[in-house]
Design a protein around this ligand. Sequence first.
Ligand code: SPD
Length: 355
Amino acid sequence: MKTLVELANRARELSGVRIYKRNVEAVLSAVQKSGDFWEIIDMSDLPVPAASGIVKVLIEEGILFIDDEENLRLTQKGFDLVRELGIEPFTDYTCKACEGRGIPFYADIELYREFIQLTKDRPKAIRDYDQGSVTPETTIARVLFIDSRGDLRNKDIIVLGAEDDLTGLAIALTRKARSVLVIDIDKRLIDFDNRIFKELGIDNAEARVWDLRNPFPQEMLGKFDVFVSDPPETLPAFRAFIGRGIATLREEGGVGYFGLTLRDSSVFRWRDFQIALTSEFGVAITDIVQDFNHYITWDYHKETKAAELAPVKKDPKTIWYKSAWYRVEVLPGFKRWNEVISDNVFYLDEEGSTT
Ligand code: SPD
């Protein structure tokens, strides 16, 4: 019988992504709770290629098998292994009322209702820009979180990309910010926001088309108190969205909010992001709320590398794609990064698979 380290190394070889012993343990723990591949990814906090590689190796080694309903199950050898190694079933004490965010969306039920009402005909998430919208409950909880930290009222706020989540719209609907500027590459979303701003007479909010691969003009830099974003998970996209977000901040004490996921990115990549944030851009990470952002599975799921890599063909039945909510504060001497992005790997690299 191979050791967990050997299983991890084999999965790494098979999948081409970074995997270590802890990841194999996480899959063996998750599979004791649910046989659904997408739920296993959610519980084990792994990029799809990594989870898929581990599952394939565990099947190869006779530790798992796929049953008639396309669920993953432990074999007798698998049961013996988890018992011998003391790997227990996944446990979850997440608060069901706030879905683990610590901020219940219904704390401002009027805002939630207005948002739901206004966004009934919202543009659908499309594959072109790696879109995947968060649930309305997530969007409203984001706004309430921002308000709870003193980062909403009378602040100049910029929302960069990911307006498929309509976070910029929801911030504007509070009528509490001093100004709101929404930047997105997708003209459908920009037109959608601007139409609502106009209809409701919200004249301190505006949406503009912008491709974040391009540097911002000088007049955008140093103009805002707060930025909000949700970048694709490659390093170039992280720079384009978060580096440029930081560059828009007026002064030390400025704040950024964004989502980072472990479904399209590994914890190894998170370390690279965190080094860029703290050592290069000069920010402190004040908050990371794991699984704060819940994404509605996108209509193009069947066309993605994730669907192709999955060991089963069954589609996700529940929300499986989540991301952590980061809050950062810029400190004295912070760097305004605003270079051209020339990298071709923008939306998808070896760890990503949902575009
Ligand atoms: N490709 C579909 C989902 C993409 C959602 N983006 C989440 C990014 C988190 N930073």
